[in-house]
Design a protein around this ligand. Structure first.
Ligand code: NDP
Ligand code: 2IT
Length: 444
């Protein structure tokens, strides 16, 4: 057994029943063979052993009272994974599936993603198994206040700065910010994704989806292609999906399908984005309701069948492991030329292999969806300066950041692996930045 296989076996043994965490660690460690061959100092300093172990893991009780006066108890998490290059930074996910494995995989991925942005942010992630779906605003507020009543003692503008993720948007961030301020008497940039009225940054709402498309543009440009006239399928219909659709449409592509956890809608005329935004952002309704306004569109309850819709480009923007090997084969058979991950780890290892073996351009999440957290770091910068940039200024910075990420990732792929292997490139470029900082800071 070689060094990396041995470490992987120990990670699996030490973190039993955490399949998502094992999956994320396996992908990164397996990319690192050529790196440690060139840098034995990383092994000597125990960098790999330390990088797979979170610096701190906080798990807490979140009690709250629902609208019927019944006491409810959820579980809260904050995994502070790595602070070598900056304060812990990463989202909070509220979804019934949340557990330690999911938060640890997300926190681990975040470490390398944040390093790729080039900005001073470490990696962390948190959340709860609370389900905001079907809850009243009052219930969501009481839950968020209870969640923050424990979380506040662990976070801070220079310590750990959470943001949104699945189930956490502007409403939840607002309630949590209010409670943090009340508990600490400090108005500081402790959360990102804040409303514009109280310290939020322009473009943060759009950032992940827009920047995903900026990354796709770079991938296509390298092959003398562009977005104009391309047919796209986007899974999910949340924050990332909606703004990926908006930017792709602005750049001349046509998005024909979107989904939620109840199924997918296919509209060959092109998805009506203003309607989808109204349904999802304002009315909190389902994709199925799209058909009330567009009866010519089709709805299927089998969400994973979205990948059998023929397209040139697929953007999985819902959740982990939503696109498997069989779905990947369907996309390839239908002539798909590029896939980029808006969600975190949406493609299974089997699916990624199918894309790579078939010559489909593949943009891994760490690189392709890094624009969200990059814009969060720009929000932190503006908060520190007590100043706010215009939409155009933030968007221009975001574009430059995504270009630089593409550049760094493809250079690392070229240097250590196959030039088209952006998975290896992202893992390696992200890892080296963190490893160098850890090396300089000694055994901590
Ligand atoms: P939202 O909560 O806004 O939207 C999530 C979307 O994905 C919804 O359409 C939801 O459907 C669907 N979805 C969630 N879980 C499942 C599931 N288990 N099965 C099927 N569909 C599901 O979240 P975001 O758009 O913010 O996040 C989407 C993905 O992007 C996540 O992987 C997140 O980690 C990642 N991401 C988010 C960033 C951000 O800035 N927000 C930044 C980088 C990555 P339904 O409403 O039916 O649950
Ligand atoms: O997965 C992610 O990068 C996010 N959910 C965004 C994190 C952030 O701090 O903006």
């Amino acid at each position: 057994m070689d060094y990396i296989e041995g470490l992987l076996a120990r990670v699996k043994k030490r973190n039993p029943n955490e399949p998502e965490f094992h999956q994320a660690v396996t992908e990164v460690l397996e990319s690192l063979h050529p790196v440690i061959a060139k840098h034995p100092e990383y092994i000597e300093a125990g960098i790999l052993e330390r990088i797979v172990e979170p610096e701190r893991q906080i798990i807490f009780r979140v009690p709250w009272v629902d609208d019927n006066g019944v006491v409810q108890v959820n579980r809260g998490f904050r995994i502070e994974f790595n602070s070598a290059i900056g304060p812990y930074k990463g989202g909070l996910r509220f979804h019934p599936s949340v557990n330690a494995s999911i938060i640890k995989f997300l926190g681990f991925e975040q470490v390398f993603k944040n390093a790729l942005t080039g900005l001073p942010i470490g990696g962390g992630k948190g959340g709860s198994d609370f389900d905001p779906k079907g809850k009243s605003d009052g219930e969501v507020m009481r839950f968020c206040q209870s969640f923050m009543t424990e979380l506040f003692r662990h976070i801070g503008a220079d310590t750990d700065v959470p943001a949104g993720d699945i189930g956490v948007g502007a409403r939840e961030i607002g309630y949590m910010f209010g409670q943090y301020k009340r508990l600490t008497n400090r108005f500081e940039g402790v959360l990102t994704g804040k409303g514009l009225a109280y310290g939020g940054s322009l473009v943060r709402t759009e950032a992940t989806g827009y920047a995903l498309v900026y990354f796709v543009e770079e991938m296509l440009k390298a092959k003398a292609e562009d977005l104009a006239g391309k047919t796209i399928v986007v899974s999910g219909s949340g924050n990332v999906a909606l703004y990926a659709v908006e930017k792709a449409t602005q750049l001349g592509a046509k998005v024909v399908a979107m989904s939620d956890s109840n199924g997918f809608v296919f509209d060959r005329a092109g998805i009506d984005l203003p309607l989808m935004k109204q349904l999802k952002e304002v009315e909190r309704k389902r994709c199925k309701d799209y058909l009330h306004c567009h009866p010519q569109a089709e709805f299927s309850e089998n969400g994973s069948d979205i990948w059998s819709v023929p397209c040139d480009i697929a953007l999985p923007c819902a959740t982990q492991n939503e696109l498997d090997k069989d779905a990947a084969h369907k996309l390839v058979r239908n002539g798909c030329i590029a896939v980029a991950e808006g969600a975190n780890m949406p493609c299974t290892p089997g699916a990624i292999k199918v894309f790579q073996d078939s010559g489909v351009l593949f943009g891994p999440a760490k690189a392709a969806n890094a624009g969200g957290v990059a814009c969060s770091a720009l929000e932190m910068t503006q908060n520190s300066m007590r100043y706010a940039w215009t939409f155009e200024e933030v968007d221009a910075r975001l574009k430059v950041i995504m270009k630089n990420i593409y550049q760094k990732v493809s250079e690392a792929a070229q240097a250590y692996s196959h030039p088209d292997n952006l998975v290896a490139g992202a893992n390696i470029a992200g890892f080296i930045r963190v490893a160098e900082a850890m090396l300089a800071q000694g055994v901590v």
